[in-house]
Ligand binder design. Structure first.
Ligand code: SF4
Ligand code: SF4
Length: 306
């Protein structure tokens, strides 16, 4: 049986998720609980509790038993059915008001879609003349690693798609065994280093950052580290207070690895992070200047600020 993925969104065209123009696939589910997550509804998988159904103003959501859900899908020709849950989302009725996201108590969404490899290849094929590659993102894309490996493998062996490069946008938590399975089909990775100190990283994400350092080093060794991303939250992330250690670390990475600085803003974040200071252009320029003075090159600044 073909592998499938739970997808929260497909962006047919992006120029900020890797080199050139890209189709971006956002996979549902994450193993971090970042206080500053801008899309918290992508963190959990829907458990079909049904709480959101009655709040939908368009009656686009239905809670059903599996057998019923299948018939309903056939009748509607296009409604999306969850394999392991009983929520049916009728995208043709949905007005994208996002009420279901606001009421979900589990940081999830009923608006996901299941894609087989073949279905995803069709979507990519329809865009192949307009893009340089594809990026899998999330959530945390590596949580659906078997699908990602099969998808990249299929692209590399396709007559029509093999010109596309295949990249992953990741929080760096994948263990080395997982990376070794993906590496033969991977062109590059963008890795978030969410804080330098262990305590700060744990406070922000709920997880340790040792695996992230391991991933960065492994990807660098295999010439697959396209970008390290630093999200600057003034007074919360510790890049400025740990500037010497951070700069020394970044300097020893391959010279073609980009260091992307991102500016924290409040859009979509939860209660705690909404009290944190937003990051201004001046904050980013000060951080960039401190890194440059210490010999870090290839720094990329945000395209947009608050
Ligand atoms: S999206 Fe949230 S509220 Fe709706 S059924 Fe799934 S878990 Fe329950
Ligand atoms: S976003 Fe769509 S499914 Fe969700 S509540 Fe609004 S209309 Fe209903």
């Amino acid at each position: 049986m073909s592998k499938h993925a739970i997808v929260s969104q497909i962006l047919p065209f992006s120029c900020v998720d890797g080199p050139g123009s890209r189709l971006v696939i956002f996979l549902q589910g994450c193993n971090y609980q970042c206080k500053n997550c801008h899309n918290p509804h992508t963190i959990s998988l829907c458990d079909a509790c049904g709480d959101c159904v009655e709040h939908c103003p368009e009656q686009a959501l239905t809670l059903m038993a599996s057998q019923d859900a299948l018939s309903y899908d056939i009748a509607l020709q296009g409604a999306v059915v969850k394999e392991k849950s009983h929520i049916v989302w009728n995208s043709s009725l949905c007005s994208q008001c996002d009420t279901c996201l606001a009421v979900c108590p589990k940081k999830s969404t009923p608006k996901t879609s299941n894609y087989t490899i073949e279905q995803m290849l069709e979507v990519i094929s329809s865009q192949r003349h307009f893009i340089d590659g594809i990026t899998v993102s999330g959530g945390e894309a590596s949580l659906q690693l078997p699908f990602v490996i099969e998808l990249f493998k299929a692209i590399k062996s396709s007559e029509h798609l093999s010109h596309l490069n295949c990249m992953i946008d990741t929080n760096g938590s994948l263990p080395p065994t997982g990376w070794h399975k993906l590496l033969p089909f991977l062109d590059g990775a963008m890795v978030d280093l969410k804080a330098w100190q262990q305590d700060t990283h744990h406070y922000i994400t709920g997880r340790d950052n040792h695996p992230v350092f391991k991933s960065i080093e492994l990807l660098a060794q295999h010439h697959k580290l396209y970008e390290v991303r630093l999200l600057h939250i003034p007074g919360i992330t510790d890049y400025d207070v740990e500037i010497n250690a951070l700069a020394t670390y970044l300097q020893q990475l391959p010279s073609d690895t980009r260091v992307k600085l991102n500016a924290f803003h409040h859009h979509g974040v939860g209660q705690v992070a909404s009290t944190w200071p937003q990051c201004t252009q001046a904050d980013i320029e000060a951080l960039a200047s401190q890194l440059t003075q210490r010999g870090v090159s290839n720094i990329a600044l945000p395209a947009l600020y608050i």
